[in-house]
Design a protein around this ligand. Structure first.
Ligand SMILES: NC(=O)C1=CN([C@@H]2O[C@H](COP(=O)(O)OP(=O)(O)OC[C@H]3O[C@@H](n4cnc5c(N)ncnc54)[C@H](OP(=O)(O)O)[C@@H]3O)[C@@H](O)[C@H]2O)[C@@H](O)CC1
Ligand SMILES: Nc1ncnc2c1ncn2[C@@H]1O[C@H](COP(=O)(O)OP(=O)(O)O)[C@@H](O)[C@H]1O
Length: 291
């Protein structure tokens, strides 16, 4: 079967975002647990946490090394630096599997064996083919991380057809795959796939992938607070996060006269994009009711 290379649309993304209601509280809106960053890459923790807040998490918990925790709290004192109830985990950004302590491997393995959805990035990708899993998982590799993930899983070398490759990895591992690039491919185990084209290549900057992890964590947590998710559900949510992320980059660049942006600039523009998508969605619904 030839995988589907259709683009994920703005209307579809808007329908996968959630506007809080008068019945909500910080827990029902979705709690993101971020277990990222290391002494070598503490910045990735700051970026993911910032992005999860900006993408509308009701609460963000951060668990990581002391220095990263201090930096996260200095940037976002709203963050809760303690374990507790979580509706989506983000793991791996800003870590290197080669430096991971055994207790951290055990803790990440327990998350994968649990029930809460997990966004797996960078230095935690090696655990996906190696640990027993029950949690619905979405992996977020870039090209070379995807090649390594396939090697770790004993899969054939990627063909170069990125849609087919992402779909094959998703089916083989039973996870949703978000393969990053100028064109981001999202695929699920059943063969569903979509393409999200970045509207600006200023997005190709260090740390923007860490921001994407936080946005995706918040989008998944909001959905997971409402209903039980599986790997299939994570595909549309991942495509939505990618579309929001790309539009935030374009918006951040436009605010700077079309010039370059940083990862924090992308996170800072996420609320504008989510606000626009939700009002466009509300406008469409009102127009349909009037018809
Ligand atoms: N502020 C922080 O704390 C930041 C922390 N960060 C954290 O750093 C950790 C390492 O991340 P990293 O993927 O950049 O690994 P790194 O060892 O540099 O590259 C290995 C090789 O991979 C390739 N490659 C790289 N990018 C690619 C791409 N987009 N698409 C395709 N290929 C790509 C490239 O190989 P080449 O193409 O040159 O053959 C390169 O030599 C990770 O935990 C991350 O979260 C970063 O997010 C930055 C901000
Ligand atoms: N040429 C490009 N044009 C637009 N977006 C890109 C391009 N290359 C990469 N991206 C996007 O930039 C982000 C980079 O993420 P990643 O590779 O994880 O970097 P980092 O680890 O530094 O955060 C991804 O969202 C990816 O889709």
């Amino acid at each position: 079967m030839t995988p589907d290379a259709r683009s994920w649309t703005v209307a579809e993304a808007a329908a996968h975002l959630r506007r809080p209601t008068a019945a909500d509280d910080k827990y029902s809106r979705g709690v993101v647990g971020v277990r990222t960053g290391s002494d070598r890459y503490p910045g990735a923790a700051v970026l993911g946490v910032e992005a999860a807040h900006r993408a509308g998490a009701g609460m963000v918990r951060y668990l990581g090394p002391d220095r990263a925790t201090d930096l996260v709290l200095a940037r976002r004192p709203e963050t809760v630096a303690a374990d507790g109830r979580v509706q989506a985990w983000v793991i791996g950004s800003g870590t290197d599997a080669a430096d991971r302590a055994p207790h951290e491997t055990a803790a990440l393995g327990a998350l994968l064996a649990g029930e809460v959805p997990v966004v797996v990035d960078a230095g935690a990708l090696d655990l996906v083919p190696r640990r027993s899993r029950q949690a619905p998982v979405v992996v977020t590799p870039h090209g070379s991380e995807h090649a390594r993930l396939r090697r770790d899983a004993g899969l054939a070398e990627a063909s170069g057809d990125r849609v087919r490759d992402a779909a094959d990895t998703a089916a083989a591992l039973g996870v949703a795959v978000l393969l990053k690039g100028a064109e981001t491919i999202v695929a699920t185990p059943s063969g569903w796939s979509r393409v999200v084209t970045a509207p600006t290549s200023w997005l190709a900057a260090a740390g923007t992938g860490d921001v994407l992890g936080g946005v995706l964590g918040a989008v998944v947590a909001a959905a997971s607070a409402e209903r039980t998710l599986d790997a299939e559900d994570l595909g549309p949510l991942a495509a939505t996060a990618s579309l929001v992320h790309g539009r935030a980059a374009a918006r951040a660049s436009a605010l700077r006269g079309g010039g370059p942006i940083t990862a924090l600039d992308v996170a800072g523009a996420v609320p504008l994009v989510i606000g626009e998508l939700l009002s466009a969605d509300a406008g469409d619904a009102a127009a349909q009711r009037a018809e």
